[in-house]
Each structure stands twice: as C-alpha cells, then as structure tokens.
Design a protein around this ligand. Structure first.
Ligand code: CA
Ligand code: CA
Ligand code: CA
Length: 275
C-alpha cells in the first residue's frame, strides 16, 4: 500500500474510533437519554392552576330556635258588670203636717232637682225633699211653672207631679203589688196608676208666685218603713205650657220615660235614722 492509502485508512480508522467512542459514551449513559415528546409532556410539570381559594362560605347562621310561643294568656274572666250606682234620695225621719206649707223639719232634708228630660228640654220642674216615719213616706215639692194648665182631659198632660215607689225595691220590669204610681195636679186633684189608691195618699197643694207647692204622704203598707230601708223611688213633673197637651216631662233620675210601666228604671230612696 502506498502512503496516501495508509493515511486515508488511518483517517478513517481514527474517525471510526471517534464515532465509536462517542457512541459508547452515549451508551454508557453519560448523557441524558433522548426524551420522547410524550415523555417530555409527561415530565413537564403541569402547571397546576392555582387553586382557587375556596370562597369563604359564610357560615350559615343557625336559625335561632323559634321562641316558644308564649302561652296564650288565659282570658280574664269577664268582669262582673259594675253594679249600677243609683242616686238615692235621703229621707229624714219625721212627720210633717200635710198642708203645702214648709214645716221647719223640712229644712233638714236635702233637696233633689228633677233634670232628666224625657219630653221637651225646659219648662216646669221641681225641687223635692223627702221624709219618712213609721207609717208613711212624705214629699215636699216646689214646682216652678209659669203657666198653670189642666186643659187636657188626660191627667198626665195637666200640670202635675207623679211619684213612683217600689216598696221592696225588687226592680221588677212590670208593676207588682207593692209598686205604685200616684199623680197630683197643681189643683190637688189626685189620679192613680198601677196599685195606687186615694186611701193611701194625703195631699195638699198651694199656688205660689213661680209655680205651686205639693206636699203629700203615702202610707207604705206593703213593706213597713224602718231605718235604712231602701225603696225604689222616682219623681216626675208634667208640664202643659198652654198647648193643651204635655209639652214637658222631666224626672229626677230616669231618662227612659217608662217609670209608669217599669219599676226597674226607678232610682232609690233610703230611710235615714233619726238625726
Ligand atoms: Ca207642711
Ligand atoms: Ca216591688
Ligand atoms: Ca205648665
């Protein structure tokens, strides 16, 4: 072989040696093995998305336990209706002379005024005083009336007074035997409603400047009078102002106008002990 060929051969061999050396080095793992794309994908750390912070969950408020419903209040028992307090005439103990004159003892009796109008709103009215003794109830009435008339044939439409008594104070809604209605006009003419009779009443009248005086006594035979005894009592004035009919009707207490047929509307009278 010539020199040129030897040199070429040496060069080739050298190259081969180098190639082999490099390949061997590679085979010996001195370099990173080739990485397949798949592996690369696998190895590339996946950028995990930052975990979204869990939204802060507002703690659900525990529903407050429903308040125990308060036990329904026991309905208060219906109150007993307050007893009606009726006005009471206070009859003093004594015995007047029935003459339409004011006995001195009348000065000790309280005066009541009729001002419960049932017919009309003004006109004849009365100031009355009451007295009692062991047999009777007495009344002294000063009636103001500027025109005296008994033109009507109906006694209750004449200028007159009426007294109503309920001797046992039972307040019945219809007249019983002890319930009575008496009427006296300014001329001392008596007339009678339920159970009243002339035998039970003594009366006198007198015309005065501003009206008339009526003084009378009624024997209480159904329930004998005694100290602190209470009876039903009502007083009425009838007025004819010249019309020939009743233009005014006023009572001490009752406003129903039904005293003539219903003792339960009367007020009361108490028989005071002797002073
Ligand atoms: Ca008298
Ligand atoms: Ca009665
Ligand atoms: Ca009159």
């Amino acid at each position: 072989m010539n020199k040129i060929n030897k040199s070429v051969l040496i060069g080739v061999l050298a190259f081969a040696v180098v190639v082999l050396a490099v390949g061997g080095w590679q085979l010996l793992g001195n370099r990173e093995p080739a990485v397949t794309p798949d592996e690369q994908l696998a190895e590339t750390p996946v950028q995990q998305p930052a975990e979204e912070p869990e939204p802060e969950v507002e703690p659900v408020e525990e529903p407050e336990p429903e308040e125990e419903p308060e036990p329904a209040e026991e309905p208060e028992p219906a109150e007993e209706p307050a007893p009606v307090v009726l006005p009471r005439a206070e009859a003093i103990k004594g015995t007047p002379v029935i003459d339409a004159e004011m006995d001195p003892i009348w000065e000790n009796a309280k005066e009541l005024i009729t001002n419960s109008w049932v017919v009309g709103t003004e006109g004849s009215s009365a100031r009355i005083r009451t007295m009692w003794d062991d047999t009777s109830l007495y009344v002294y009435a000063h009636v103001t009336d500027n025109l005296l008339s008994k033109a009507s044939a109906n006694r209750w439409e004449q200028d007159s007074i009426e007294v109503f008594i309920d001797q046992n104070n039972a307040k019945a809604t219809a007249y019983e035997a002890d319930d009575m209605q008496f009427r006296i006009n300014f001329d001392n003419e008596q007339s009678f409603g339920s159970n009243a009779t002339a035998e039970l009443i003594t009366s006198a009248t007198k015309i005065v400047e501003d009206g008339y005086i009526v003084e009378f006594g009624i024997r209480l035979e159904q329930v004998p009078p005694k100290e602190n005894h209470v009876i039903g009592f009502e007083f009425q004035v009838n007025d004819d102002n010249g019309a020939g009919s009743r233009t005014g009707k006023v009572l001490w207490h009752d406003s129903s106008g039904n005293a003539w047929q219903n003792p339960s509307v009367f007020a009361e009278l108490i028989m005071l002990p002797p002073q």
